[in-house]
Design a protein around this ligand. Structure first.
Ligand SMILES: Nc1ncnc2c1ncn2[C@@H]1O[C@H](COP(=O)(O)OP(=O)(O)OP(=O)(O)O)[C@@H](O)[C@H]1O
Ligand SMILES: [Mg+2]
Length: 234
């Protein structure tokens, strides 16, 4: 597999320290607390697999770590920097530069080609047109999809879409890669390909990897494993 290291940035994994994390959603029936004071440490370059029953709070947890939901209680520190202290612009920069996020349902733009989907992430970081075209092709090559660069997502298989989503997540050299059930929609072969890809990117790129999964054989591969039940560690 071609390497992604031609990027001038030298990525290294981010260390995560989470303390007393709580989260409450307002609902028509009153407040619903779904995370109850969670602590977690993941070392720089670590690999955590997070499991738990549906509704346990795993996606909420990942959204908070990804800066997609504002923090309400407790703290998340990424390389010592608290997400609570990041302002709007700094939070956007954190999402763009430090993080790569892979969703179960891919989250690709249907009207853009595979290559344009990857280029979009680079454009948002201000990479110029020529460089982002070259970089997007390198990334698609790295996930084994250069020959599908012009396909739009509806003309890709599930496993291929997920690999495009991974190429996009890697576009800006993230130090933290968050994946919410990245193999949830895939058959066994495609799931293995996607998981192997995430793991090899972690190794080659040195990023910290957090995977949420319902699949015990996927979870077993994490260096650290945590199970969440009703917003607490089980
Ligand atoms: N926007 C919201 N408003 C109110 N409640 C919510 C909201 N989002 C999630 N919840 C509730 O929070 C709880 C945790 O949801 P979350 O999506 O984090 O679970 P999960 O562990 O990811 O589940 P799954 O394995 O099914 O994806 C659930 O009970 C859900 O109904
Ligand atoms: Mg979820």
């Amino acid at each position: 597999m071609p390497s992604l290291d031609s990027d001038t940035r030298t990525a290294r994994g981010a260390a995560i320290r989470i303390t007393g994390l709580t989260h409450t959603y307002p609902t028509a029936d009153g407040d619903l607390t779904v995370l109850h004071g969670l602590d977690l440490d993941v070392p720089a370059g670590g690999y955590l697999a997070l499991t738990g029953p549906s509704g346990a709070g795993k996606s909420t947890f990942l959204s908070l770590l990804g800066g997609l939901e504002p923090l309400q209680g407790g703290d998340i520190r990424v390389d010592g920097e608290s997400l609570t202290e990041l302002s709007g612009d700094a939070l956007a920069a954190y999402r763009r530069q430090t993080l790569g996020f892979v969703f179960q349902h891919y989250g690709l733009v249907a009207v853009l080609s595979a290559q344009e989907n990857v280029e979009l992430a680079l454009a948002l970081s201000g990479v110029d047109r020529v460089a982002r075209r070259r970089r997007a092709r390198e990334l698609l090559d790295a996930v084994g999809l250069l020959d599908r660069a012009e396909h739009r997502p509806p003309a890709l298989s599930g496993g291929e879409r997920q690999r495009v989503a991974i190429a996009r997540a890697m576009a800006n050299g993230p130090r933290l890669l968050l994946a919410d059930e990245p193999t949830g929609n895939l058959d066994e072969d495609a799931a293995r390909t996607v998981l192997t890809l995430l793991e090899s990117l972690r190794t080659s790129h040195g990023c910290t990897l957090l995977i949420v999964t319902h699949n015990p054989s996927v979870a077993a591969r994490g260096e650290q494993q945590r199970r969440m039940v009703a917003g607490r560690w089980a």
